[in-house]
Unconditional design. Structure first.
Length: 150
């Protein structure tokens, strides 16, 4: 699984001009599922996201996690994180999981965050979504369970 994590002061996702998910202080998680990913990847990545120390303490150092600050997560599926642009001008998405498998693992990731007591809002899998955010910092981090053992 691959995630782009952005620390936000607010974020929302809309489908057909209707807000379907929104959070205040927390993390926007753009989440892609790769071919071969499974629920263990979802659990590992959720644990990493919940405990990743990207929130500042009184001295301005990254010492607090989403759990520490009581923040929320907005999880938005993003298969384009698996774009392969090494050849040609059109991205290939052959490394992304098939939609049915990806949808289950996006749900498994959100459920794993909820089990860790994180408030979770989500986008709509497969829908054309508009995501709005105020990146706090800015802080943006890429996590990849395959590459770095997140």
């Amino acid at each position: 699984m691959r995630a782009v994590i952005q620390r936000v002061s607010e974020a929302s996702v809309r489908v057909d001009d209707i807000a379907i998910g929104q959070i205040r202080h927390g993390l926007l998680v753009l989440l892609g599922v790769g071919a071969g990913d499974d629920t263990a990847d979802a659990d590992v990545l959720a644990e990493k996201v919940a405990n990743l120390r990207v929130f500042s303490d009184a001295d301005g150092r990254f010492n607090h996690s989403l759990l520490d600050v009581g923040g929320a997560a907005l999880v938005v599926s993003q298969f384009t994180l698996y774009a392969d642009t090494r050849r040609g001008r059109r991205p290939s998405f052959s490394e992304a999981a098939p939609p049915a498998a990806a949808a289950l693992l996006i749900d498994a990731f959100a459920a794993a965050l909820r089990r860790l007591t994180i408030e979770v809002a989500t986008g709509a899998f497969g829908a054309r979504m508009q995501v709005a955010l105020v990146n706090d910092g800015p802080v943006t981090i890429v996590l990849d369970t395959e590459r770095n053992g997140s």
